[in-house]
Design a protein around this ligand. Sequence first.
Ligand SMILES: O=c1[nH]c(=O)c2[nH]c(=O)[nH]c2[nH]1
Length: 336
Amino acid sequence: MPWTSTNRIYAKPSSSGEGTTPVAPQKARAATTAAADSGGRFELSDHGYGKSSVKLLHVHRDGEFHSIREFEVSTELKLSSESAYIVGDNKEVVATDSQKNTVYVLAKKHGIKTPEEFGAVVVNHFLYTYRQVQEAKCHIIEYPWERLQAGGPHNHAFIFSPTATRWCEVSQTRHEAVLVKSGLRGLRVLKTTQSAFVDFVQDEYTTLSDAAERIFSTVVDAEWTYDSMRTADFDNAWLTVKDAILDKFAGPADTGIYSPSVQHTLYQAEKTVLEKVSEVTWIRMTMPNKHYLNIDVSKFPANVTKGDPRHYIYQPIDKPAGLIYAQLRRRPKSHL
Ligand SMILES: O=c1[nH]c(=O)c2[nH]c(=O)[nH]c2[nH]1
């Protein structure tokens, strides 16, 4: 049966059935470890292995009308056995080459509706095909292709539009629900007015003046998780986050929206996401304050700089940048 988000993505696996045979008991693992390290001086405190950046293009041909999505998929497995590390026994190792093949095979078999749902297909496959897999993770980056507009939407041509990169990470531990985290990276924006920063601490360390008017530029990173008991419309959620960030940064086309600080603009965007997408449990955003400094032209002789008063010149500063972040979550419902 083909995978669909509605029938399986958040299905908590039952403790009986395919692939749920109990894993090697702790004692047996400890014995193997002890044999390889007779002094018992060390223990593996973490391990995992997988294939990184398996690139694939998914083309869906619906008659003349074709759709594409391009991805970079990374897989990671954590085995219940430590033998491959401790004693060099590969019996339980699902080769990273096989993990790569699995990504291609599952994409061919199920298609890719959204990266989040495909990630769930991948982690489910590893957990329920190999009983030695204790935990599976799948990280997916999507390349930002958009349908080309040629008077109207083109049937089969696309344009690379790197406004922001979409990614997700799907993970599942045996007998637990699928966890889905999604993200947006590198959304770079700038506005030339409607931004201020005033009334901050003034003391012997302060040289910055109040700015009632300044350039505001940032490169937004955001990540958020979904309530694991509910199925979300992942494409719609991602677009809603992107739109909320742009809306709270830019505001209406003619008047804009006032920003008293990066902090407040960031909070407004996060609040909008939690209001609009009920399946999102929390969202974390980072907004570096990419500084553009006023050039003090008063230092030059007036006759040198005199010209059209509509020209303003700023100095873009690469580093340092202010680093501003916040995570907003829903308060637990009160039982009163
Ligand atoms: O929006 C801002 N928040 C700050 O905390 C800060 N600090 C600073 O130097 N400039 C700014 N701008």
